[in-house]
Design a protein around this ligand. Structure first.
Ligand code: RIB
Length: 288
């Protein structure tokens, strides 16, 4: 069982020819609303990759909540740990340019009301967290998971000031090229940082966009290429990677096989607009 302790958002998606600079206005296409949030995206990805998944999170009592939860409900993610908060459902305002790159502005809303008390550890399971919930609650959930002997996976996104305790509580850290410096607390080449951090015995996974991904543990390094796809939107690709990686570990794959599975899943996630429209299922990942 994978428990995701994470955010749930409604995403406002807006395609633009190019991302605006500071103080600049650019005209975009029609706005689209879609389910998102790093926690929800990762829970969906893990479920579609074949795992049993529970999501602990919060939404508001508003019109956006049902849409934010729609894919999770349809795919069979366990939502019994969901809180209905007084604040509005979290919202992300995302602009996507013609090359698939994005800018995201986040209003956390109900995500601020998620509590570690809502998380019940599952013996032998995996706890997967990101950094869109209150940090103190995420740390408390990680401590509970470690005490119960769960495997802990911390996705370092979104980046900024990574607490040393969060790194210490993680068995596995997943970071991209920018986030890895926050995790390490120093600046160096991303691969060098990943390999160095892994000397502690933790598994460090570094996602490299079109270049694929690498994992390091102790003195060992694994690499996996990205699949060749037609990139429409990279939003949520990292989340799909994290969910698929956790699902692969949950079914007993080793680190190298889990990395290859996750890299294929993350590539496929780039082929549709929004974070969840192209989340691949297990069959599609195995075929990629
Ligand atoms: O990682 C992509 C996600 O980040 C989006 O779905 C958005 O909601 C923000 O949380």
């Amino acid at each position: 069982m994978i428990v995701v302790f994470g955010s749930i958002n409604i995403d406002f998606l807006l395609r633009v020819a190019r991302l605006p600079g500071e103080g600049e206005t650019v005209a975009g296409q029609d706005v689209a609303l879609a389910p998102g949030g790093k926690g929800a995206n990762q829970a969906l990805a893990a479920r579609k990759a074949g795992a049993a998944v529970k999501l602990v999170g919060a939404v508001g009592n508003d019109a956006f909540a049902d849409l934010a939860l729609a894919n999770l409900v349809a795919s069979g993610v366990d939502l019994s740990g969901l809180r209905r908060a007084k604040r509005p459902t979290g919202a992300a305002f995302i602009t996507i340019d013609d090359t698939g790159r994005n800018h995201i502005v986040l209003s956390p809303g109900a995500n601020q009301d998620v509590r570690a008390a809502d998380f019940a550890p599952v013996a032998g399971g995996i706890l997967l967290v990101q950094r869109e919930l209150p940090e103190g609650e995420t740390l408390a959930a990680l401590r509970k998971a470690k005490d119960a002997g769960m495997t802990t996976i911390v996705n370092a996104a979104p980046s900024s000031g990574f607490a040393a305790e969060m790194r210490d509580l993680a068995d596995i850290v997943i970071a991209n090229e920018h986030e890895i410096a926050d995790v390490a607390g120093r600046v160096d080449a991303p691969e060098a940082l990943a390999v160095d951090l892994a000397k502690t015995g933790k598994t460090i996974v570094l996602t490299l966009g079109a270049e694929g991904a690498l994992a390091a543990k102790g003195g060992q390094v694994w690499r996996a290429p990205a699949s060749k796809v037609n990139v429409v939107d990279t939003t949520g690709a990292g989340d799909t990677f994290c969910g698929a990686f956790a699902a692969a570990l949950a079914e007993g794959k080793d680190i190298g096989a889990a990395l290859a599975f996750a890299a294929a899943a993350g590539s496929l996630a780039c082929t549709g607009l929004g974070a969840q429209s192209a989340t691949p299922d297990r069959a599609a990942i195995l075929k990629a």
